[in-house]
Design a protein around this ligand. Structure first.
Ligand SMILES: Cc1cc2nc3c(=O)[nH]c(=O)nc-3n(C[C@H](O)[C@H](O)[C@H](O)COP(=O)(O)O)c2cc1C
Length: 259
């Protein structure tokens, strides 16, 4: 059994086989939600109820993520003053100015150690194989820390380029790039889950990368390094005319290659 199989078998919540098996009705509902989600640029004044937001957030954090380190933070901006500053930093886009709320979605690779420790604490009293403890004790620090001037990161990069000649190893980016990219990937998956979960409850969203990150960080009190705002989500109820155009995607043959 591989380490990743072992990781997935640690039972700190309900075991997998207790989960409901999806039926064709679930599939239909799923596709309706995916197809119905659009980027909405104008919202009504309706607020997003707390219970709706909380359920959507609970779904969002179920997103798959690197080593289950959950390297993300979501800042729910409801205060009109802070929201106005964030919307201004988003260059006054209507998706931000008309949104009932704005969620600032942040990748936080600076939290890997704290989150790892919280996970090990949750494992306490469970039968956790040594391979898993070893993974979180040795492999995770080696892949998530960058060291001063990114030296650990560059060492990791060099090691991966050399070892690949002998056996398969993950190919790391140099400096502090690797943990940053990994955290951004995981955070973006949670963002998508959040948007879909909101849509399933009759609310909509617009993901935005058109913003001044320095200004948004200042407005929401994000300081220091080791984090990056991945996107803003304007959320609320879709207003008439809130969708700017029909939907267009490249044909699947352009983006899908089967070998
Ligand atoms: C990471 C990301 C950043 C985006 N940034 C913006 C943005 O700043 N402003 C905007 O109006 N739409 C933004 N969009 C929305 C896209 O334009 C939209 O998803 C795309 O046109 C497809 O339309 P759909 O989401 O309705 O399917 C962004 C989407 C993503 C995923």
């Amino acid at each position: 059994m591989s380490l990743f199989d072992t990781l997935n078998r640690i039972e700190v919540s309900d075991p997998d086989d207790a989960a409901e098996v999806p039926t064709s009705e679930h599939a239909e509902a799923f596709h309706a939600v995916v197809e119905g989600r659009r980027s909405v640029r104008r919202f009504t004044a309706d607020p997003v109820p707390d219970d709706v937001f909380e359920r959507a957030m609970r779904a969002a954090v179920l997103a798959p993520n690197s080593s289950n380190l959950q390297p993300w933070e979501f800042i729910r901006v409801r205060s009109p003053e802070v929201r106005a500053k964030v919307a201004e930093a988003a260059m006054g886009q209507p998706a931000a100015t008309t949104a009932a709320e704005i969620v600032v979605c942040v990748a936080r690779w600076d939290r890997w150690r704290a989150n790892r420790d919280a996970m090990l604490e949750a494992f306490r009293g469970h039968d956790v194989p040594d391979a898993v403890l070893d993974y979180y004790g040795k492999v995770v620090p080696l892949t998530w820390s960058s060291g001063p001037l990114g030296l650990v990161g560059w060492g990791r990069w060099l090691m991966s380029r050399v070892l690949t000649w002998a056996r398969p190893v993950p190919q790391f980016d140099g400096g502090g790039l690797y943990p940053r990219i990994v955290a951004i990937k995981s955070c973006a998956l949670a963002c998508q889950t959040l948007m879909l979960a909101l849509h399933a409850e009759g609310f909509d969203s617009c993901p935005m990368e058109g913003f001044d990150g320095r200004r948004v960080a200042k407005a929401v009190g994000l300081r220091g390094g080791g984090h990056e705002i991945v996107m803003l989500l304007g959320i609320g109820r879709r207003a008439p005319g809130g969708i700017y155009g029909g939907r267009w995607r490249l044909p699947l043959e352009r983006v899908l290659r089967t070998l």
